[in-house]
Each structure stands twice: as C-alpha cells, then as structure tokens.
Design a binder for this molecule. Structure first.
Ligand SMILES: [Zn+2]
Length: 335
C-alpha cells in the first residue's frame, strides 16, 4: 500500500492525494503554508504559479504580506482558512488547527475517502498546542535527539523578565531573535509590566502590527528606531528595549546589554556568553520530551519525521520505534 504521507527532497510534506505543505510538488493541486518562517515558504513562488489553491491562515497571510511585500501573494489563487473550518477538495477534507509556534501557525489535518486521518503538526511546542488524534502523523524533528531536552523550560519566561529588568537599571537592552519570537518576548514583557519603550526597526514594527491586529498585546510603547526620540534614548542610555532580528546582531547595540533568545540552549534557562551578552533558552519548538509526548497522545499507527528541515529526524524515528513501539521513519531518506 502506498504511504499516505511523505516528505519530498524539495521539502514538500505530502498528505493524502492532493495536498503539499511547506514546499512545491508538481503532482499536488493544493499548497498549504503552515506558517511564515522561511524554511516553510520553500518553493512558494512556484506554488503560486502552478497550484490551483494556496491555503494559509489569515494571520500567516498578513505576515507574508509584510515579509515578502504586499503584491507577492497576488501571483496566485490564495485562500485563507480559519482554524477549525473544513475545505472539501474532491474526496478529501482538509482543515487547519491552532498550533503554538508563531502567530498564524497551523497544523494540517486531511481526512481521505477511506476515513484515514493524516496529520502534519508542522513546528509546534507543548503544552499549549492541542493534540489531535490521527492515523498517520508527520511531525517536525528540530529537537529530535534525546539529549535535546530542557527540563527547566517552565522557568524560562520568568528568568527572561528578571534579566531584562536587571539590565534596564543600567541602560538600554538589545534583544535579538527571529520574527514571531521577538513579538512573543514583547508580549511577555508587557504582561510582566516592564513599561519601557520598545524600539524597533521598520520591518519588526510592521510584523508587530500584524501580530497586534490578530490579538497579541504589547502596550502602546512601540517606537520606530529611526525616530528622533528613539535615537536620543539609545544615545543617552535611557531604559528601553530595542528588538532586532537575529541577523542584525553583529551590526547594532555592540556596547549595550544584549540578550539573544534561542532554543539552542539546553544547559540552563539563561547563560552569560559575553561581558554584557546573555543567551536565554526561549524556544518556539517542543524539546525532545514534547515531541515524544505528542506522538504518545496522538496515537498514530505510523509516524513520518521531517528529515528535510533542520533537526534530527532519524534519531526521533528511532526513539519513537523503540520507546513507543510505533512504526516510524524519517523522510526523505538520508543520502
Ligand atoms: Zn517555524
């Protein structure tokens, strides 16, 4: 019997007969974009040109309009789908479901004509991601190796808030992370009543505005980094937090307090990595225990781990087989 799900060498996650997620596949009329991270937008230009429908949540569309420009998605037939609503395509039923990762992220469920439930988690973290039961499961494997565990994960947010507060006493703080994660930190600080201006470059500003339109809260303290007030605060060492994309970390804030938020930290919630630089283990992915926990409660007959994107898909498949006794394989096969 052919597999009802797989991952191609182009990074397309194939579900059922018609759907390709997060990569282009010429045999599939439907392309689903599970979220706006770059490694899930692979082949999107081609999908817009060749697929009958390109599907995503309204929030993901808002983020792509900012990150790629407002005309990018007009090249194709884009349909936005809310969480929990079903699109029927021929003899299959397709729905998107909430996943805790970045704004707009979705897991994808396809029910085929035989009643088989085929699920792709995309990137996710527990405990806020609802677990869906399925027969065939495709899952991410970023932290698929058993030693990628963060037993301290419940303490990360409070550690981050305390660190920012301590640094602010002595001056501005620069915070570096990826789109989505930066806005998560803004919301954490806002809820913890860290009421200082948040200074952001233009692109981070526009991403943040999309997040606000979809319900995230940062207070009303966003200042564009090229505004006179922002420049003067940074120059005079006034307390404020400047949020920059990870790629800018060698370019700005060299002399200030610097915090990098990254999931690639397993030794402690916070590690000092330079005289005034810290790494905080805030991740938007599940650690190894979370990945295994999802499989256990999803109760699939078979699991495919994503061996195209960064991670450890082979180790995860091996651990699923040996610890849970469930058929599992990593795809595409390693060369
Ligand atoms: Zn992602």
């Amino acid at each position: 019997m052919p597999l009802k799900a797989s991952v191609t060498r182009n990074g397309a996650v194939l579900l059922g007969k018609y759907v390709a997620c997060d990569g282009f596949d010429e045999t599939r009329p439907l392309r689903i974009v599970t979220h706006a991270h770059a490694d899930h937008l692979t082949g999107l230009r081609r999908s817009l040109k060749d697929c009958r429908i390109v599907i995503m949540t309204p929030a993901t569309k808002g983020l792509i309009d900012v990150l790629k420009g407002p005309s990018y998605l007009t090249a194709g037939n884009v349909k936005t789908l809310e969480y929990g609503t079903t699109l029927v395509y021929k003899d299959e039923r397709i729905s998107l479901h909430y996943v805790d990762h970045i704004l707009g992220s979705a897991q994808v469920l396809v029910k085929d004509a035989d009643g088989t439930r085929i699920l792709y988690t995309s990137d996710f973290r527990l405990p806020r991601t609802p677990i869906i039961e399925a027969d065939v499961l495709v899952m991410e494997a970023t932290y698929g190796n058993p030693y990628r565990a963060r037993p301290f994960k419940k303490r990360v947010e409070s550690t981050l808030v305390s660190l920012v507060e301590e640094c602010l006493i002595r001056g501005p703080v620069y915070l570096f992370g990826y789109h989505g994660k930066l806005q998560e930190v803004m919301q954490i600080l806002h809820h913890a009543e860290v009421d200082v201006p948040f200074i952001v470059p233009e692109r981070v500003f526009h991403v943040s505005k999309v997040c606000e339109r979809h319900g995230m809260q940062f207070g009303d303290s966003l200042l564009l980094s090229n505004e006179e007030k922002a420049r003067s605060m940074l120059q005079h060492g006034d307390p404020c937090v400047a949020f920059y994309h990870m790629n800018s970390r060698r370019r700005v804030g060299q002399k200030a307090f610097r915090i990098v938020v990254s999931g690639w930290e397993f030794s402690s919630p916070c590690k000092q990595v330079g005289e005034k630089e810290f790494r905080v283990a805030l991740s938007d992915h599940s650690d190894f225990d979370g990945l295994l926990g999802y499989v256990e409660r999803c109760k699939p007959r078979m699991v495919v781990t994503d061996n195209h994107r960064h991670g450890d898909a082979e180790a995860l498949a091996r651990e699923i087989r040996s610890r849970l006794g469930i058929l599992a394989k990593s795809l595409p096969a390693s060369k």
